[in-house]
Design a protein. Structure first.
Length: 440
């Protein structure tokens, strides 16, 4: 196999026929999912045909606690190992990554902006100004804005507008969701990546990235909830009318279930995690009374036999607690009745048997398991819900690079997520909107 040559940061120069996107080049985009229990690096190649997954690195990580870096050395070591595995499989050198961020420090707030329409017709510059006004709200000195997510625009007295470009009027308004994060956890995350010789192209909210990988446009349009249950946190993201209506993070995850098993069955944490993954069931009545499992002892004690139903009886209360908190969070937003598409579960902890059935009972909505879609290549290695965030980060970065290349710019700006535009808009207006959707 011929060793590929690298051009500028993140670009893989093929020696083949020129592509229709950028001469003889295609872009390499890497998503880095730094989680409480694992670090996953996903390498994707972006060309005219879409995103092709080239390599994956997935290693355990003990350097985070509930989504926040608690040990820089351990986290850095895990990132280096995941990158080494991913770039060896992909045959490329990784220099730039899109990193995910989560944790209980994530907050979401509403804000409104208003601006005069300069020439009687809404332009991109007008939208820029109204969004800058919407984000100009006082926030704590130790926090930063991660995403500006418009829910709707208004032109004069007309509200509910998703794409205002080209509309006539005098006054433009915007209602947005501002996603903020504590500065210190974000800086520590970036520092770990930089200690591995990486440049972080952008910090992306993890449930937002997961949604990009597992949701369809129809689900976003009619309303859907994405629940990403990881090792240390559970992320909740609500899509309503094509835009993000709510984001929150619950500091409970799969590790809490593992700790309950370890204490209840008196077995080491590593063995409790293995039991949870291999024979655990979230809904006790799905387990037959005569099923038995082998439980390793702790501190030199021999293994013993226990009922699998006992294991499920330990798991079920914790899972019920997680979904009950989620149900309360959704009810508090007032958006429960607007989630017509139900719930999409993702994250490594949802692989346990009985999760979708139990979620449907507690949440009272249809529930499905979310796995990454919209990519090709070695998709079998990223087919599980535990890789939704990594693949979503690649799709996020691919979209940003595509828009920057299509409009002659390479400088990264904060990504502004706009609701889907109407198909009735003009072709030129659509191009402007697509550009602005990814790069403000």
């Amino acid at each position: 196999m011929t060793q590929p040559k690298l051009g500028h940061v993140g670009r893989l120069v093929k020696g083949s026929a020129p592509s229709s996107m950028s001469g003889a080049t295609s872009e390499i985009v890497v998503g880095l999912d730094i989680g409480t229990t694992k670090v996953a690096a996903v390498v994707g190649e972006v060309d005219a045909d879409g995103v092709t997954i080239l390599g994956v690195g997935n290693v355990p990580c003990r350097g985070l606690r509930r989504g926040i870096v608690s040990n820089i050395d351990w986290t850095t070591r895990a990132i280096a190992e995941a990158l080494d595995a991913a770039q060896t499989m992909a045959g490329v050198e990784i220099r730039t990554v899109y990193a995910g961020v989560s944790g209980s420090h994530i907050r979401c707030a509403f804000s409104d902006g208003i601006a005069a329409i300069s020439n009687g017709e809404v332009s991109i510059e007008d939208v820029k100004r109204v969004l800058e006004g919407a984000r100009a709200i006082p926030i704590e000195a130790d926090r930063q804005i991660v995403h500006v997510l418009p829910r709707e625009f208004t032109v004069d007295n007309q509200d509910g507008i998703r794409d205002p470009i080209g509309m006539s009027g005098v006054r433009l308004g915007a209602r947005v969701n501002l996603v903020t994060a504590a500065i210190a956890p974000v800086q520590n995350l970036v520092r770990c990546a930089e200690k591995c010789g990486l440049t972080v192209a952008d910090i992306v909210l993890e449930p937002f990235a997961s949604a990009e990988a597992v949701l369809s446009d129809d689900e976003k349009e009619i309303g859907v909830a994405v629940i990403d249950i990881g090792g240390g946190t559970t992320d909740l993201l609500l899509y309503v009318d094509g835009g993000i209506g709510h984001v929150s993070v619950i500091p409970v995850g799969g590790n809490n279930v593992t700790q309950d098993i370890s204490a209840g069955l008196r077995t080491p944490l590593a063995e409790a995690e293995r039991l949870k993954r291999n024979v655990g069931c979230a809904l006790g009545r799905m387990v037959a009374d005569d099923e038995e499992i082998e439980v390793p002892g702790v501190g030199g004690h021999p293994s013993r036999t226990a009922s699998r139903r006992l294991l499920s009886d330990i798991i079920e209360p914790r899972i019920e607690e997680i979904f009950a908190v989620i149900r309360t969070r959704i009810e508090d937003t007032g958006l429960l009745e607007q989630l017509s598409a139900g719930v999409v579960l993702t994250g490594g902890a949802v692989l346990m048997e009985g999760m979708t059935e139990f979620a449907e009972e507690i949440l009272g909505m249809p529930v499905r398991m979310g796995t990454p879609v919209g990519v090709k290549g070695i998709t079998g290695l990223v087919a599980g819900p535990q890789f939704a965030t990594g693949v979503g980060l690649v799709l996020y970065g691919a979209n940003a690079l595509h828009q920057a290349r299509g409009h002659g710019g390479t400088k990264k700006a904060e990504v502004i997520e706009l609701p889907p535009r109407s198909e009735k808009k003009s072709r030129q207006s659509g191009r402007f909107f697509d550009w602005f959707k990814a790069a403000f």
